[in-house]
Design a protein around this ligand. Structure first.
Ligand SMILES: Cc1ncc(COP(=O)(O)O)c(C=O)c1O
Length: 415
């Protein structure tokens, strides 16, 4: 990827941009929330639409000159409706977090009650962590996964909802490797007469492809990020029924944002078009098959997986029993030196701090985009285990780095 216009003006930034492309090409991107957008999506996101103010919605803007902005946003909306079968879609949220904030702002008053999954059990900051304004503005109680199995405890959640009497129940997670049974959470929300927000940020692509059950038409609101499994460039999305359409639109703009990032909306339109193609279903199925193969390989190498495996695009490794002297942060650092980029992650029943937790989380969306199959992912599992077994051994790290480079060369990126 050339950045010649940037280089003419600013060689320092051009060097950093090219360094980043090289880093992505020559190492394994296994942060479960990341992916490699196509050149088409990246071009759309780097387009002249970054210049355009388009406050409002297609056909009803506060500025002139919006004909192409309207065209692009309407395409993004129509394609998202087709992909997800949603009645109403807002494609303007700048991120998944802002999509969630829009739903809270649309439906809740300060002090209202949110029931959501604890961060250390796989929830997200924007679901009500005290460090996020959501945790400070609303009355948040959190549910947990079953400590024995690592699976969601649907009955416990229903009991907690009946007792806490929330205004909204939040489902959808950042580090939950299993299929989510939306209807069971909906039943708990119904019983408590609460709304239900299903945040599919991580699994947006799996849901779009039909590889994971969809909460659209089940939950009152479905939010997502557009840059994770769906590869449509950075941003967020809210889906809902006609009943809440105006409330959500007003909460996104003018409630929480000013002018939409129209270049990102263009990226979403292009990415959704890609996701409508039959190949995208193969991609999503392969992502899940790859995560399963990765998990099997890690288990065979003696690493313990939360819930024992995966149904989606990620695995969560609990290092406490197998490697009590290695934290998730230690493993993350050594793996990065070996060219495998993932993140230390909290695990259910976490005993360390979120800054240096007891687990690592690894995902296959980006590897699958660059062509990895199950055999490749088994090899990656072996490599991860070798480094986790000897994070301080420079020879092991160097040897793994060589194998990583071979795998990267076999699966080139952005040619
Ligand atoms: C469940 C969940 N919701 C929301 C988000 C936030 O997405 P964004 O980074 O687009 O704000 C994430 C990010 O990883 C997430 O995992």
């Amino acid at each position: 990827m050339e950045h010649e216009h940037v280089r003419d003006v600013d060689p320092a930034v051009a060097d950093a941009l090219e360094g980043e492309v090289d880093r992505q090409r020559s190492s394994l991107q296994m942060i479960a929330s990341e992916n490699h957008a196509s050149r088409a999506v990246i071009d759309a996101q780097g387009s002249a639409l970054t210049n355009k103010y388009a406050e409002g919605y297609p056909g009803s803007r506060y500025y002139g000159g919006c004909e192409f902005a309207d065209e692009v946003e309407q395409l993004a909306i129509d394609r998202a409706k087709e992909l997800f079968g949603a009645e109403h879609v807002n494609v303007q949220p700048h991120s998944g977090t802002q999509a969630n904030q829009a739903v809270y702002f649309a439906m809740l008053e300060p002090g209202d009650k949110i029931l959501s999954l604890d961060l250390t059990h796989g929830g997200h900051l924007s679901h009500g962590h005290p460090a996020n304004f959501v945790g400070q503005l609303y009355d948040v109680e959190q549910y947990e996964v079953d400590p024995e199995t690592g699976y969601l405890d649907y009955e416990g959640l229903a009991e907690q909802a009946a007792e806490f009497d929330p205004d909204i129940v939040v489902s959808g997670y950042s580090a939950y490797p299993r299929e989510i049974e939306w209807e069971r959470i909906q039943a708990a929300a119904d019983e408590a007469e609460a709304l239900h927000l299903a945040d599919i940020a991580h699994i947006t692509g799996l849901v779009a492809a039909g590889v994971h059950d969809s909460p659209v038409g089940v939950a009152d609101f479905v939010t997502g990020s557009t840059h994770k499994t769906i590869r449509a460039g950075r941003g967020g999305i809210v889906m809902t029924s006609e009943e809440y359409a105006d409330d959500v639109d007003s909460a996104v703009f003018p409630g929480g944002q000013g002018g939409p990032l129209m270049h990102n909306v263009a990226g979403k339109a292009v990415g959704f078009e890609e996701a409508l193609q039959p190949e995208f279903e193969d991609y999503a199925s392969q992502t899940v098959a790859n995560a399963r193969a990765l998990g099997e390989s890690l288990s065979e190498n003696g690493l313990s997986l939360v819930s024992g495996g995966t149904d989606n695009h990620l695995v969560l490794v609990d290092l406490r029993e197998s490697h009590p002297d290695t934290s998730g942060g230690d493993a993350e650092d050594a793996l990065e030196d070996a060219g495998i980029v993932l993140n230390g992650n909290t695990v259910p029943g976490e005993t360390r701090s979120a800054f240096d937790p007891s687990g690592i989380r690894a995902g296959t969306p980006a590897l699958t985009t660059r062509g990895f199959d199950e055999d490749d992912c088994r090899r990656v599992g072996d490599l991860i285990a070798r480094v986790v077994d000897a994070p301080d051994d420079e020879d092991v790290v160097a040897a793994v780095r060589e194998d990583v480079e071979t795998l990267c060369a076999e699966n080139p990126l952005y040619e």
